[in-house]
Write a new protein. Structure first.
Length: 436
């Protein structure tokens, strides 16, 4: 078989397995195990119906026929109605009852019934919740020991169906083989599922620990960075109260303070947006959005930072473009990209914002002539690995803005990336699907 043929066979086998036991995204581990056990039990029982009939165990064959019907119903309840707990309880009770009846018509303790009870108990432990273990153990022990005791005192009530030693071997050998195979398959499946769940849990734990560490760093930096603008405002107010300041210096100080307050407000906005996402989850409202109408207010907001550093801001925005986006998320992304460009572009530099159409996508480019991105930091640019960063005019940042850009871009089914320009600076690209 060729490599492609093997791959196709593997894919079909996986698809068939998911069809039988259920998709992990929609079924719990217990639900999938029960579905798998029901499917395996149906296969084994169905084989035993003609086999027992041909070997002379007609009553046993009839009992197994009844079990086929029962397990078909239980599989339907579990796989298509997701009533696992009800299915488990009915399955265990019906199996014990039918095996107990079969005990009297298959040579009792000399037949294969005890092996069947052992296999049934193993499957019961696999599919039942932990709180029911002792109930099913008690039921199994009481049933089996009760049958053995009954046979001991009333041996004539047990029908001996074996005509000779050959019949014994023909009945017991396949039962043993099936029991071992089922125990093997069940154990492998259970351990595989357990290890997979354990690995997933460990990965989630590591991710949560990392996030908690990063959050602690973030809030530590926030508490520190908020002191600076507040201290500046306090110093200015105290200075105004104590001494007379001439109009020129007063305007300069107020301009500086206004810039500091605006930068701090931008930082606080990012923090509040991120905190709300952490508490309430990420909610996206995708609608057709006019790109030009969404971007122009952002440019007005950033005019002060650009003007203060004498940075030229040029645009080439296609007014006809509309994207499927959440307008608030889109504006937050563009605001952070333009704000970052202004922060890391020195006085006299330039920022260029362009929108264009690429196939069925809209591409928004924010290009600056700034310092570019240090290669050592490039892998962490969009992550929450908080690092204290300063712009070209000593502007303070905490690294949360680009993290939000990445999160919100992915939530809108878009793509974001960056490149360092050959002539200096960097270009950030935001790609979103066009509105139909």
């Amino acid at each position: 078989m060729s490599i492609s043929g093997t791959r196709n066979f593997t894919q079909r086998a996986k698809a068939f397995s998911l069809f039988i036991i259920g998709d992990p995204q929609h079924f719990t581990l217990e639900n999938r195990i029960f579905n798998a056990i029901c499917a395996i039990a149906l296969f084994i029982i169905a084989i035993n119906v003609p086999y027992n009939y041909l070997t002379g165990l007609k009553v046993t064959s009839l009992i197994f026929t009844v079990l086929v019907v029962i397990f078909s119903g239980l599989y339907y309840l579990s796989r298509y109605r997701k009533k696992v707990s009800y299915g488990v309880a009915v399955a265990v009770i019906m199996i014990d009852v039918t095996f107990a009846i079969n005990y009297f018509f298959s040579s009792g303790i000399e037949g294969a019934s005890l092996l069947s009870f052992t296999l049934a108990f193993f499957l019961t432990m696999l599919i039942s919740p932990a709180k029911q273990y002792y109930w099913w153990l008690t039921l199994n022990l009481v049933t089996v020991l009760g049958l053995i005791a009954w046979e001991y005192y009333y041996p004539n009530t047990i029908l001996n169906v074996y005509q000779d030693r050959t019949d014994i071997f023909v009945d017991l050998t396949p039962t043993y083989i099936l029991s071992v195979v089922v125990i093997f398959v069940g154990t492998v499946y259970l351990k595989t599922a357990y290890n997979k769940e354990k690995k997933t849990g460990e990965e989630k734990t590591r991710s949560l620990e990392m996030m908690n560490t990063e959050k602690s760093k973030l809030f530590s930096l926030i508490s520190h960075d908020l002191r600076n603008p507040l201290a500046s405002i306090q110093s200015y107010l105290q200075l105004m109260r104590e001494i007379e300041i001439d109009q020129e210096n007063k305007i300069q100080i107020e301009t500086e303070l206004l810039y500091v307050v605006n930068s701090t407000q931008e930082m606080l906005y990012n923090i509040l947006v991120w905190s709300k996402t952490q508490l309430d989850g990420l909610h996206v409202n995708l609608t057709p959005v006019d790109v030009a109408a969404a971007i122009h207010p952002i440019l007005k907001i950033n005019k002060m930072a650009v003007a203060k550093k004498k940075i030229s801001l040029d645009t080439n925005i296609d007014a006809s473009l509309k994207v499927m986006a959440d307008v608030n998320m889109l504006q937050l992304i563009v605001r952070n990209l333009v704000g970052n460009a202004a922060k890391f572009t020195p006085a006299g530099g330039s920022i260029f914002i362009k929108t264009s159409r690429t196939a069925d996508k809209c591409l928004i480019e924010v290009k600056d002539s700034g310092v570019g991105i240090d290669p050592a930091r490039q892998t962490d640019v969009f992550s929450l690995k908080v690092r204290s960063t300063f712009g070209t005019d000593a502007e303070k940042g905490i690294g949360l803005g680009l993290f939000l850009c990445k999160e919100y871009t992915m939530a809108q089914q878009g793509r974001i990336w960056f490149e360092n320009n050959k002539n200096g600076g960097s270009s950030f690209y935001l790609e979103l699907p066009l509105a139909q």
